[in-house]
Design a protein around this ligand. Structure first.
Ligand SMILES: Nc1ncnc2c1ncn2[C@@H]1O[C@H](COP(=O)(O)OP(=O)(O)OP(=O)(O)O)[C@@H](O)[C@H]1O
Length: 317
């Protein structure tokens, strides 16, 4: 049997298609492209991020999940401008996180990103009231009238359901109230992106739900793009998109959408799991899938008309 390869015209067309294709992440607010972070301690290297790809669109509210040590905090620290990647590319709202100088980095941390930490006490200054804590980032930026700062602080506290806590210091607030004030602080300078690392980690599940509602309010009312790292299954299943990180790379992604039954009118949430195919064609299969089918080392592949079949390798030669 003779097979004919692609003609010169085919090759030229493919090359032109590749050239005309928009650049990776051209329409995303956050773009991580093959991001690498290597830590060296006492001559031992740890690859915390091993070529991580992630795109987040403007206006998204999404969650990042993953086992301990998978690289979530490393990624958040890079996106927050607190740490620098070893290689790859990372851009947030047009700012290049690899090439930023010290001055730009300061401006980035003050104006472009807001951050909420897990430790409630780390988010607020203990000797300032809730309203003063929220006004502080605006004071540090400067250029805003005192009356505007006061008004915005109170509006944010009201929006997040803690308007009545305005004159209290952090130790006079519950953990949940402190986190909602912390969200207001992070939103004070109208950041493009709000990053939160385990914001409900120190709270009980009911309080955690209310904190999540506060993030949702910020996302819907102010249009802020929000990325939340969480172990909390309830939070992870409340967002439309949950991205899993495994061994320093994004592995799978769950997308949820609401469907309305045409006859009964009943709403239900449909979730589907996706795997990430990187630009080299690499695909990471979920370990529970591969373990169930005893897949290891080598798998059998077949290209079908509309899908690719993957089977365990049963040849034993
Ligand atoms: N400053 C550092 N120096 C050396 N190694 C580090 C440093 N920070 C993180 N690591 C290592 O990088 C890997 C990823 O850590 P990271 O904190 O990002 O994981 P994580 O997914 O946030 O975990 P957790 O859920 O436990 O917070 C781990 O092996 C960790 O030990």
């Amino acid at each position: 049997m003779t097979t004919t390869g692609p003609t010169l015209a085919d090759l030229e067309r493919r090359a032109a298609d590749r050239r005309d294709r928009p650049a990776y992440g051209h329409d995303a607010l956050i773009t991580c492209d093959r991001l690498v972070r290597i830590f060296s301690t006492d001559g031992v290297e740890v690859q915390a991020l091993q070529g991580l790809d992630l795109l987040v669109r403007e206006g998204e509210l999404m969650a990042l999940v993953g086992a301990s040590g998978s690289g979530k905090s490393t990624l958040m620290n890079i996106l927050a401008g607190l740490d620098e990647p070893t290689a790859g590319a990372a851009k947030v709202a047009g700012c290049d996180l690899l090439t930023m100088g010290a001055k730009e980095r300061l401006r980035y941390r003050r104006d472009i990103v807001g951050f909420v930490w897990q430790q409630t006490a780390r988010n607020l200054l203990p000797y300032l009231t809730a309203a003063q804590n929220v006004a502080l980032p605006m004071q540090l930026r400067g250029g805003t009238k005192r009356s505007h700062k006061t008004r915005r602080s109170l509006e944010l506290l009201e929006l997040l359901g803690v308007g009545d806590c305005r004159d209290r210091r952090p130790q006079q607030l519950s953990g949940g109230q402190q986190q909602r004030v912390a969200i207001a602080v992070a939103l004070a300078n109208e950041p493009s992106v709000l990053l939160a690392d385990e914001p409900t980690g120190e709270l009980d599940s009911h309080t955690g739900e209310r904190i999540f509602e506060a993030f949702r309010t910020a996302n819907e009312e102010l249009g802020t793009t929000i990325v939340i790292v969480t172990h909390d299954q309830a939070v992870a299943s409340e967002v439309r998109r949950t991205v899993a990180i495994r061994d320093g790379r994004t592995s799978t992604e769950v997308l949820r959408r609401t469907e309305v039954d045409a006859t009964t009118g009943q709403e239900s949430v449909i979730s589907r799991e996706y795997a990430m195919l990187d630009r080299a064609g690499r695909l990471q299969l979920p370990s529970d899938y591969t373990e169930t089918l005893h897949m290891r080392d080598r798998v059998l592949l077949e290209l079908e008309e509309d899908h690719i079949g993957i089977w365990p390798d049963n040849t034993h030669d």
